[in-house]
Write a protein that binds this ligand. Structure first.
Ligand code: C2O
Ligand code: CU
Ligand code: CU
Length: 465
């Protein structure tokens, strides 16, 4: 079965939302996440179930949902046959809790446990995922939502999380085992043939006219970026990568790069009984991701007009006048002019580098291991201004661990409203200037979240001491 066949299938299944674990009144809840093999029906009843790896046997894994100010307290109990770890994507947390096996902790071996404990400083929409052989482990389903509720959230009828992903499935709905394939490493990454929302292909979700939904989009794909349109509905963007932005309504597609998050307020302005398709048009083919079906009975006559503005982020503002200024150029991959780069400190021709499985470089350095000399080495409290230049033919969602960066300009054009990001998506040949305060001590990964690109050298370290 090819991608087209899957995309033309029409399956109707009820959307069963996962209920968040009940929140305790005073004490923060504790969670256990057991990564293990399980089976899940992704494509629909007419296909066999797919063997997946999931936290507590599910994809997405058990939602970790707490209130702002509470601690995350998660014990991971590894029931896989391979080592694993959990990274808390987008959280400014202590380095020892960052979950990067081989850098911030040893991998959690089969049958072993590890307890993660930290108090997230910022409310918002985040996610957790494996950080061992990520391109395989996330590709098999090892991820879940991490939601830190605001103290004073906007009033909505429903607060939904959509973890959007794509899977590379064979005819029998089993996962294609070609993880880390050479072509994916040097091109756009592992793009799948079965796009899903919360692990379901072509789902249908019931809504009501007049209903206000907060929709938390989290892109858990290995490589696929999404550009979502909501039919006749007009979403308002209220947060990007977990951090509040000044709300704005837009008819333009909502771009969610791999690993990125966008929070929307969606007022269900459709007619009772109507149906609206959510489409993705990031790549050449536009397809239906999920459908919204309006009930015959409206919830209310006109949408709510209560405020939707979230509290402003409380991330320290970088001081641009005293910033360490650095330009970082991404190069390599297919159709690039990269001739040579440094691997293990030595200049080599790209052919020789490719023979070892690497095809990308940042500032001519191939990021082939975790104990490399850092790309940025700075003191705690230093403001850093980073100009990222994507000198390649592919988009790259560039993720910095342990910090948020303020996006200041794109292609030399200053943004009217700069906003915080942890995974900015750089389109081919695009340049972005970002700034952050390096205030979190430790060695932090900075890498492309196209997981095959990271594995093929598009990664570096930021050291804060
Ligand atoms: Cu979301 Cu280094 O990862
Ligand atoms: Cu991260
Ligand atoms: Cu990339």
């Amino acid at each position: 079965m090819n991608r087209r066949t899957f995309l033309q299938l029409s399956t109707i299944s009820a959307c069963i939302g996962k209920l968040p674990i009940a929140l305790a009144k005073s004490a923060a809840p504790t969670f256990t996440l057991t990564p293990k093999k399980a089976q899940m029906n992704i494509v629909g009843a007419e296909f066999p179930a797919t063997d997946i790896w999931g936290f507590n046997g599910e994809v997405p894994g058990t939602p970790i949902r707490i209130r702002h100010g509470q601690a995350v307290d998660v014990t991971v109990s590894n029931a896989l046959e391979v080592p694993t770890s959990i990274h808390w994507h987008g959280i400014r947390l202590p380095n020892a809790m960052d979950g990067v096996a081989g850098l911030t902790q040893p991998a959690i071996k089969p049958t072993e446990q590890f307890r993660y404990q930290f108090t997230p400083p910022d409310a918002g929409t985040y996610w957790y995922h494996s950080h061992v052989n990520a391109y395989e482990q996330i590709g098999r389903g090892l991820y879940g939502p991490l939601i830190i509720e605001e103290t004073d959230p906007p009033k909505v009828d429903r607060d939904l999380t959509w973890m959007i992903d794509d899977w590379r499935l064979l005819d029998d709905a089993s996962i294609s085992e070609d993880f880390g394939a050479g072509h994916d490493r040097s091109h756009a990454g592992r793009i799948g043939n079965v796009p899903t929302v919360n692990g379901r292909f072509r789902d249908v979700i019931g809504v009501q006219s007049g209903e206000r939904i907060r929709l938390r989009l989290i892109n858990a794909s290995n490589a696929r970026n999404f550009s979502l349109s909501f039919g006749e509905l007009t979403p308002s963007v209220i947060a990007i990568d977990g951090q509040a932005v000044k709300p704005y309504q837009t008819k333009k597609p909502i771009v969610v790069g791999a690993s990125g998050r966008v929070d929307l307020i969606l007022d269900m302005t459709g007619e009772p009984g109507s149906s609206h398709t959510v489409t993705d048009s990031f790549y050449r083919q536009t397809y239906n991701l999920i459908r919204l079906e309006f009930a015959d009975k409206p919830l209310r006559e006109s949408p709510l007009d209560t405020p939707i503005t979230l509290a402003k982020p409380t991330i320290p503002e970088p001081d641009l006048s005293n910033a360490l200024k650095l330009e970082v150029t991404m190069a390599g991959g297919a159709m690039s002019g990269l001739q040579r780069a440094k691997l293990n400190g030595e200049w080599m021709g790209l052919r020789e580098i490719a023979q070892q499985g690497y095809v990308w470089a940042m500032n001519d350095i191939v990021g082939n291991k975790l104990d490399m000399p850092p790309l940025i080495d700075t003191n705690k409290g230093q403001s850093v201004q980073l100009t990222l230049v994507n000198n390649t033919a592919f988009p790259h969602p560039m993720h910095l661990h342990g910090h948020h960066m303020k996006l200041l300009s794109v292609d030399g054009q200053a943004l009217a409203e700069p906003y915080w990001v942890d995974s900015p998506l750089l389109m081919p040949r695009q340049t972005m200037t970002l700034a952050f305060v390096a205030d979190n001590p430790g060695d932090w990964l900075f890498h492309c979240h196209v997981l095959e690109h990271h594995a093929a050298g598009l990664g570096a370290l930021v050291r804060v001491t």
